[in-house]
Design a protein around this ligand. Sequence first.
Ligand code: ZN
Length: 311
Amino acid sequence: MVSTELHFFYFYKGGGIMVVQIVYHCNNEILEWKWSSDSELMPQPFWTSIFLIDGLLIDAGAPGGVDDLRKFIKTLDSENVIDKCVITHNHEDHCGGGRMLQEEFNIPVFASKLAIPLLMKEKNYPDYRQMTWGVDYQPFQAELLKDSISSKSGKYIFDIIDTPGHAPELISLIERKQQWAFINDVVMPKYRMIFGKYTDIPEDISLIFQSIKKLYDFTKGMDNLLLFTTGKGVFKGRSFLKDRMDEINSLHLKAHRFQNEAKQKGLLDKQLLRYVLKKIFKRENFVGTLTRGGLSHKNLIESLLEWPIDY
Ligand SMILES: [Zn+2]
């Protein structure tokens, strides 16, 4: 992980305890605004990040963070006035403040072609996500994002790359000159983890793999690449992407190998799945239990098994 400068940290009570952190990266060129609701019912706080770079905002936080985001925007001096916002995908922890930005600050909000109709719909997400990210999502109409977008002064230009897998409409933003990649939820720091499926987060591990590979190929020659994730830190170097590809490949092979083993033992369906899960992860993750399988190891195993092996 790249060391960053943490400027201040505060928390206060609203419906629960909300935590806001502001982190500066790259000589203060990038401001990361992190928000989390530290609910007692959740085993750990989950963070969502918004990045502000020369007037360009990447993402708009969670519905529960809208009041905090508004307060933050009001503290910005004239140099830092937000000029536009790009939403990376339709998940509630990334698009919650879109309508507020449009209506209260007249900030144009952009999204991909696939994201626009989704952002206009009411959201109905499970209770554990309501607890984490808040409710009352305000639908809004975003403007269509082109192949690239520039920051306010024009000094940074971001290429927009389609990177589905975690969500079909998910995009990444890459600033080639600076070698910055805003990959948000495209890549998780470790794939031994929970995975969405039977909710409105139908993740697909083969698509995630392809998107990581796409980012890896796109960033060829960028020796000082920095990768910014949502709430999980900043990582240095393309090797971060390569390591994730290797990790997924290894899980993919293991899942199929244990599936064959299970079949030889005469196991089918649920029993087969349980066998593979036990071999790879020993047991289901606590979040898997808490979310009643919504986000679980089991989903990842299923997605790995649905992805055929090409020999
Ligand atoms: Zn997401």
